[in-house]
Write a protein that binds this ligand. Sequence first.
Ligand SMILES: *Cc1c(COP(=O)(O)O)cnc(C)c1O
Length: 405
Amino acid sequence: MSLTLYVNRKDWLAHLVKMEHRFPDYLPVIKGNGYGFGNESLADAAKTVGKTRIAVGTVEEARELEDTHSFDQMIILTPVLSALDYSDLESNRVFTVGSQAHLQHLLTQFEHLIRQQENVWAKSDGPIPIRILVKCQSSMKRYGFSPLEWEKTRGWLDEHNRTGRFRFEVQGFSIHFPKEGIGQAEKDREIEEWLKVIQKDGAQVFYVSHLSSDHYLQLRNRHSDVQFVMRLGTDLWLHDKSFFEIRSRVLDIKPIRKGERFGYKQRPARQSGYLVYVSGGTANGVGLEAPAIVKGLRGWFKATAYWLFGLINRHLSPFQYKGKRLWFAEPPHMQTSVLFFSSKDSLPAVGEEVSIHMRMTTASFDRYVETDSKPAETTGSEVETSATKEQDDVKEKPVGALLPS
Ligand SMILES: *Cc1c(COP(=O)(O)O)cnc(C)c1O
């Protein structure tokens, strides 16, 4: 049995179209686990709403997607420092470079490939293009040139383009902002500083991220000589959670008496009740948690409470039944999780579905089902597809109310 993602594809696609008003010309970001939907499914969606350019995370993702989808441009967001192949040279791939070392790697790799096929490439007239996107450093302090480093590198690039076998073609500049902690004024300051540098090269495309719609529209109005393009990932695919839902199925229910041993760990049950086996386990990302930043007294209290529960082997699960979060009876297995219900709890039936709230960027599903109305109401008219979300915390009850009875 399987963990299922129900997607209301029609409304989800309509949302992607609507985002065009808020972020004209936006660039969809398709990477990792495809935000839970799978990269192919996101590429299908991007095509359906008429996108001709996309961004992917890695060169491997670009190669894989290009087997099934063709786009005018695939921007690779992570700098490449691994081996390249001929397909990387002949395609519409654009390589992000954030340092001279990144540029040098592209050059070394491509020179090596050409040398191996000298007879083929000797016929090409003129220099062979390598398309690049220049990554500008922001307050993120992730990879990227400082304005000064870029000025130097540009000199090197111009020199190379005059004499070398390859011609580096700058397809645009790119800046990535933090999600929180800095305001619009600071982002503007960083953008303006970079604009002074890059406008020396004439009209340019400037890729940005993590801006509000108002801010983005303002920038586009203020600088009509620069083409701003917003990269959208989470805010595009996962912003509206009403279009999808994850559900698991109850596989079996076993009564258990206090003190009776069970499961992989053969630990005695703390109290009498039921073991409820549901689909979905570690292979689906159940139980996976990304480190979180704890803020404020409430957050600190919550984190401490969960940590204390952990010390006595009690772990809250992401599964829910009748609006209540359920407890793991023991750590999740590969494709099945075991939940504990006390004798007083109302029990689901075998075959019934329970909902589960997972972080979509670490989830993977066994089954994707298209729904045409709200997922909770679907039964008969489901269309199963072969393919597959960042979800924030479920609205949580105060920790006290979560205590096992
Ligand atoms: C992943 C990524 C994005 C999209 O990020 P979200 O937070 O998912 O919107 C944008 N820009 C870059 C450079 C990225 O790596």
